[in-house]
Design a protein around this ligand. Structure first.
Ligand SMILES: N[C@@H](CCC(=O)N[C@@H](CS)C(=O)NCC(=O)O)C(=O)O
Length: 203
């Protein structure tokens, strides 16, 4: 299996999930802007939209979309409990959709897009307030988004980590900040960040 990733982007969540699940994979680096592959070639020949993550499965299928990749990885090792079943599964879907839609795409995509105007960025920051406050309230008396660690935590952790590179501050969301700190102490989260941060700085 191969994970196409860009350092410290949303594909970090898939790497964390692979580490948490104990699933081996090869990691193929993509330059987010030029779309060049570290091993040579153009990533758009792999995935026409040029977005990461993409997971090449052992049968050759290319799986894209963070929520799908995360749930697939969790299902490879059900014993790791990273994607619950039953009523909790609905909550997992809800949080994967929330993080992917309301936070990743509504708030952070415009903040990082090179073509975003100042007005677009101001609007994204205005939308961020209630969306991050909602997450912060949810985490007031909880360790994880669900009743235990799930792949949704890998995604939220990744997205919260981007705030440092934006006008937003985790200091305004103390429960989310404590949650991010706690997760960073887990070996698989720390290992994933430790593997990707130097690549990000060098890119
Ligand atoms: N809907 C996709 C979004 C993926 C996405 O936005 N990836 C970003 C990195 S965080 C990317 O590859 N951006 C490069 C681009 O848009 O060209 C998902 O959930 O995986």
């Amino acid at each position: 299996m191969e994970l196409y990733f860009a350092p410290m982007s949303c594909s970090l969540a898939s790497r964390i999930a692979l580490y948490e699940a104990g699933v081996d994979a090869t990691y193929v680096q993509v330059d987010r802007f030029s779309k060049r592959l570290a091993e040579g070639g153009d990533y758009r020949d792999v995935y026409a939209l040029g977005m990461v993550p993409a997971l090449r499965l052992d049968d050759g299928t290319l799986l894209t979309e963070t929520a799908a990749v995360l749930q697939h990885v969790a299902e490879l090792r059900p014993e790791a409990g990273l994607a619950p079943t039953g009523a909790e599964r609905r909550e997992l879907h809800r949080w994967l959709s929330y993080v992917g839609g309301e936070l990743h795409k509504v708030v952070f995509y415009p903040l990082f897009h090179p073509d975003s105007t100042d007005e677009v960025k101001r609007h994204a920051c205005a939308l961020a307030g209630p969306r991050l406050a909602y997450v912060d309230r949810h985490l007031t008396d909880r360790e994880h988004l669900l009743d235990r660690l799930s792949v949704a935590d890998a995604y939220l952790f990744t997205v919260l980590g981007w705030m440092i590179a934006t006008p937003l501050s985790l200091d305004d969301y103390p429960h989310a900040k404590a949650y991010h700190r706690r997760l960073l102490q887990r070996p698989s989260f720390a290992r994933a960040v430790g593997d990707e941060r130097p690549l990000y700085r060098a890119s």
